[in-house]
Structures are given as structure tokens and as C-alpha cells.
Design a protein around this ligand. Structure first.
Ligand code: GLC
Ligand code: CA
Length: 565
């Protein structure tokens, strides 16, 4: 059952260290840069930061490919910087949560170098090795047809021992073998090390993949253009992994007052969700699913017979409701619009060109009034947008690098660029737009990732000086959630959709014995009719007189306290 915990009433903020703030002007964000921005973060009102991985890494996947879990990569700083960051955050009552990567390491990790050296090396079974298959012509093939997320096969050939290692992400990210109790102990040691150093918990990376179908049989699914089967069920949400997580919980997590949120990704439904994060699951405190991030904003235009951007509001409501109802009384949810793996929410569900301020503040209002712990992704609080890149080489993400050639064999550059500007992970990884100074005030030199040219208009400095900016709306909403008389109902109150069938408006009540608050959010760039009720206005993003039954303006949001009965 539910016991009230500090992280339930927290408001989280995710920091992508590589492009947050560059303190030493080498073009790459760093830990000292985050320390310098802690006052800004504190002013925003959040009290929990999740920092992306800053372990030693060759940066094939921007730090998710770890070569040493016990040290900080020199581009980000030193272990002392990490200690100082934790201490400085704690001084401001901000908890610090680290990204913990349990599924794989870098191929440059010492374990992997040993593991690949010979079939009888003691670390051989830290990873997953299989012999290849030989076809009729004598050609050596991977052990099976499984595909990976980032490039081609889920297997990569290694000459030294003439075997294949499993890797469901890039070739430089060999999968760890969680079936091996010795390996599990090593990973628990990593977690304890950082908890003992003072972090307050973990966002646990790619947690859905720790167990695989050990029969390693081919998938019956049709093959992709890469000649592999995109069959994630072979290594996602498999029953064995819950026993690993239970062990991790019992041996490590339960020994600390820490918070954990697992990244569970697509494909997990409620049953798995409860396995990862029910109150009594002996697993994590929360689990991120991706359901509302997949494109709920594309519909077929009957006139042109092409896809166009229109938010499918009913689908969006259905998805949120599925998880909120399903977890109700059983477990706690994290809420978020985007992270470093998804496009910018304002480009996806808002209108950054015509209604930047309105749609940005509307989206923030929804995030901060849903049940569960909200996580803001850095830049979201000023309405940062998808990239405006016109050169395919401006994209950096490992997925783009590995796949662009193949895509171009099947489509025009124009279409590929259009797809990347809409869906690429780089959309969320551009330099944080601090000011209108060159490079968005992120660095004094050319950043590792190209900035978006709209930083002259969309930036922190400007929005701090405007009373009705998106940033100010986020500040107010965070305050409302954490410190106002509505805090209890917004954090712990029940949830109920209002007019669930409405095509344009996402409306819901949060209520408890004392209060009922209605959130009414117009997701359209046009005026919409809605039964706006009588009550006391708590927050809106338009300055105008309120009256019962008024029409909603484009992307208008109204938070209103209803008379309680
Ligand atoms: C998670 C991370 C993503 C990373 C992947 C592999 O999905 O969020 O950025 O590429 O795991 O570690
Ligand atoms: Ca730097």
C-alpha cells in the first residue's frame, strides 16, 4: 500500500549534461556548468534533478556507453566536481538522481576487454557470447535474425574468439549478462558506490532489457530494410528480469532512502508496469513508459493523402488515463512530456510558430497537474523547439549516424531531413538557450551540438524578464504544486477525465475530501467550445475576464477550483 514519500511531492528536472552549460568553454557542457546554474534551477522551483550519465565514456552514445562506472569523464569534470555538485544541490534542498546504466557497458570497459580476450576468460560470462551460423555457401552469419535499436543485427562479430556478442544498442555497447550472479553483484556495487557518495537515487536506464530469450531462436517477424527482425519481445519485459530487479531492490535499494525511476520504454503494458513499480513489487518506485511520446500527432490528410501534424487529443487522453487508472492505489507514476530521446513537446503537441507562449504554458500546466511526479526536461521550461538543421551532418545522434545512409537509399534527402527534424533524438539535445549571446550563451566557442537559430528569441534571460513568459508560467505552476493550498490535491488527489470524448480539449479533475480542481486545456490552435464551469480561477495563460461558458482561445488553459460538494 502507499506510504507518503518525499519523492512523491517532488518536482523533477532532467539535465542533459553535454549541452546544459559549458563552464570552461571547450564546447561541451560539464558538471561545473551545472553547479553554476543551480541557483537558476532552484528559482525555477524544482527540488529533484536527474542528471544524464557523466561516467567515463568514449561517447559513442553520449555517455550511455560507460567505460568506467567509478569515475567522471574528463569532458564533464572530476569526481570532486561530482561531490561538489551533490553538496551544492543539497544545500539548496535539491535531490540528485543519477542515470544508472545496467544493461550494457562500452566495448572499451575493462570487463569487456577481458571478456573478449578468450572463451575461458573469467569475465567471458559477463557478456553474452554465441557462435555464428554458417549458411550453405559457408558464409558466417549472426546467431539469429534479431535486430538492434541502433544498427542492424543485435549481434556483432568479434575476431579474437570467432564469436558474436550481443548488443541491442550500438556495436560499441555490448550487453551485460544479468543471468550471471557475479555480474549482478558487480552492478550492485556500482549502485552502492554512488549512493554512498551521496546521490539520492537513480533513473535506471533501459531496464526492460535485462533478460533475453535464452533459446536465441530466430524471430518469425518480417525483416526490415536492414535484413533483421525488429522483434523487441526477444529482449524486453521478460519475466526473468523481475527476479533480478527484486534482488537489486532487496540487496541495495531497500537499504537506502533513495528514489528510483526505471526507464521501461515502449511495449510495456500495465502488467509489466506493476511489476516494475507497484508499491509492493520490491522493484522501483516509478517507471517511465513511452506511450504518449510516440506520435500521437499524425493523421492522414484525406485531401493530399499524406500524413500531417494534428494532435490526436482523444488518443493522448486515453493513454494518460490508461496508466493513471491502472496504477491508481497500486503504484506511483512519473509524468513527463519528453526526455533526451524524444522530440521537443512544443513542436509535437504545441505550435512554436504561432502560439509559442500559449502552447508552451498550456503543456506545462498539464504536466504539473497530472497525478504522479512530474519531470521537466531542460529547455522545456522556455519552450525550446525541434531543430532547424538544413544539413544532415548537423545531426549527431548515433542512430542517425548509423542509419542515414540506409534511409537515403530508400528515400529522398528532403524526406529524410523532414523525418529527422520531426523525430530525431538530436531535437532535444541542442545547447540550452540561456541568452541571445552567440551560441545561445551556452559556451563561448562552437558547441559539440549545433544550436538552434531561434535562441535570439527563445532564451532564459528574455523569459526571466517577461512577466507572462513560459518560464514564469512554469515557476508559478511548480509553486502551485509544491507550496500552495492546492498542493495536497494536486499531488495526492484522485484523477478523473472530464468530457473524455471531447476532440480538442484535455480536461480533468483532481479532487480529495476538501477540494476539486479542474484543469481545462485546449490543444488546438483555434477557438474551441467547452462547458467552462463556475469557480475560482487559479491559473490561466490568457489575461482576460473569466465567465461561465466562455470559449477557449487557442491553446488556452484554465485551472479552476470548483465548489466542493
Ligand atoms: C536509454 C537512454 C538512451 C540510450 C539507451 C541506451 O534509452 O535514454 O539515451 O541511448 O538507453 O543506453
Ligand atoms: Ca566544458
Amino acid at each position: 500500500c502507499m506510504k507518503r514519500k518525499w519523492w512523491m511531492s517532488a518536482v523533477g528536472y532532467q539535465i542533459y549534461p553535454r549541452t546544459y552549460f559549458d563552464s570552461n568553454n571547450d564546447g561541451i557542457g560539464d558538471l561545473k556548468g551545472i553547479i553554476q546554474k543551480l541557483d537558476y534551477i532552484h528559482e525555477l522551483g524544482v527540488n529533484l534533478i536527474w542528471i544524464g550519465p557523466f561516467y567515463k565514456s568514449p561517447m559513442d552514445d553520449n555517455g550511455y556507453d560507460v567505460s568506467d562506472f567509478f569515475d567522471v569523464d574528463p569532458v564533464f569534470g572530476t569526481l570532486d566536481d561530482a561531490r561538489q555538485l551533490i553538496a551544492e544541490a543539497h544545500k539548496r534542498d535539491i535531490k540528485v538522481v543519477l542515470d544508472l546504466v545496467l544493461n550494457h557497458t562500452s566495448d572499451e570497459h575493462a570487463w569487456f576487454m577481458e571478456s573478449r580476450s578468450s572463451v575461458d576468460n573469467p569475465k567471458r560470462d559477463y557478456y553474452i557470447w554465441q557462435k555464428g551460423k554458417v549458411d550453405q555457401d559457408g558464409t558466417l552469419l549472426p546467431p539469429n535474425n534479431w535486430g538492434s535499436f541502433f544498427e542492424g543485427s543485435a549481434w556483432n562479430y568479434d575476431e579474437q574468439t570467432n564469436e558474436y556478442y550481443m548488443k541491442i544498442f550500438s556495436n560499441k555497447m555490448p550487453d551485460l549478462n544479468w543471468d550471471n550472479p557475479k555480474l549482478r553483484e558487480e552492478m550492485y556495487h556500482v549502485a552502492r558506490y554512488w549512493l554512498d557518495l551521496g546521490v539520492d537515487g537513480f533513473r535506471v536506464d533501459a531496464i526492460a532489457h535485462l533478460a533475453r530469450d535464452l533459446s536465441f531462436e530466430d524471430s518469425p517477424l518480417p525483416l526490415t530494410i536492414h535484413g533483421v527482425a525488429p522483434d523487441w519481445s526477444k529482449f524486453s519485459n521478460r519475466p526473468e528480469l523481475f527476479t533480478y530487479i527484486n534482488e537489486f531492490h532487496d540487496k541495495v535499494l531497500s537499504q537506502y532512502d533513495c528514489m528510483t525511476v526505471g526507464e521501461v520504454g515502449g511495449g510495456a503494458k500495465l502488467e509489466a508496469g506493476l511489476g516494475y513499480a507497484a508499491y509492493d513489487a520490491r522493484a522501483f518506485n516509478m517507471a517511465f513508459n513511452f506511450d504518449h511520446c510516440w506520435e500521437v500527432n499524425r493523421v492522414l490528410d484525406p485531401e493530399t493523402n499524406k500524413m500531417k501534424n494534428v494532435t490526436r487529443v482523444k488518443d493522448l487522453k486515453r493513454i494518460f488515463n490508461y496508466w493513471i487508472e491502472g496504477m491508481n492505489q497500486k503504484g506511483w507514476l512519473p509524468q513527463y512530456w519528453l526526455n533526451h530521446d524524444h522530440p521537443r513537446v512544443i513542436s509535437q503537441y504545441g505550435d512554436p510558430v504561432h502560439y509559442h507562449r500559449e502552447s508552451g504554458s498550456m503543456l506545462g500546466s498539464v504536466l504539473l497537474t497530472l497525478p504522479g511526479t512530474p519531470f521537466i526536461y531542460n529547455g522545456e521550461e522556455i519552450g525550446m523547439t525541434n531543430v532547424d538543421y538544413t544539413d544532415v551532418n548537423d545531426f549527431n545522434d548515433v542512430w542517425v549516424k548509423n542509419n542515414v545512409k540506409k534511409l537515403l537509399e530508400h528515400d529522398t534527402m528532403e524526406n529524410v531531413m523532414d523525418q529527422l527534424r520531426r523525430t530525431s533524438r538530436d531535437n532535444a539535445r541542442t545547447p540550452m538557450q540561456w541568452s541571445s549571446a552567440p551560441y545561445a550563451g551556452f559556451s563561448k566557442v562552437k558547441p559539440v551540438q549545433k544550436e538552434i537559430s531561434n535562441y535570439t528569441e527563445i532564451n532564459v534571460e528574455k523569459q526571466l524578464s517577461e512577466s507572462n513568459s513560459i518560464l514564469k508560467a512554469y515557476q508559478k505552476l511548480i509553486h502551485l504544486r509544491r507550496f500552495s493550498e492546492y498542493s495536497d490535491v494536486l499531488v495526492f488527489g484522485q484523477f478523473e477525465l472530464v468530457q473524455a470524448e471531447h476532440e480538442d480539449v484535455f480536461a480533468y479533475d483532481r479532487y480529495n475530501e476538501n477540494k476539486r480542481v479542474r484543469i481545462i486545456a485546449n490543444f488546438r490552435p483555434f477557438t474551441v467550445k467547452f462547458d467552462t464551469p463556475e469557480g475560482k480561477i487559479i491559473f490561466t495563460n490568457y489575461e482576460r475576464d473569466y465567465s461561465v461558458g466562455l470559449e477557449l482561445k487557442p491553446f488556452e488553459v484554465i485551472i479552476i477550483e470548483l465548489k466542493h460538494d
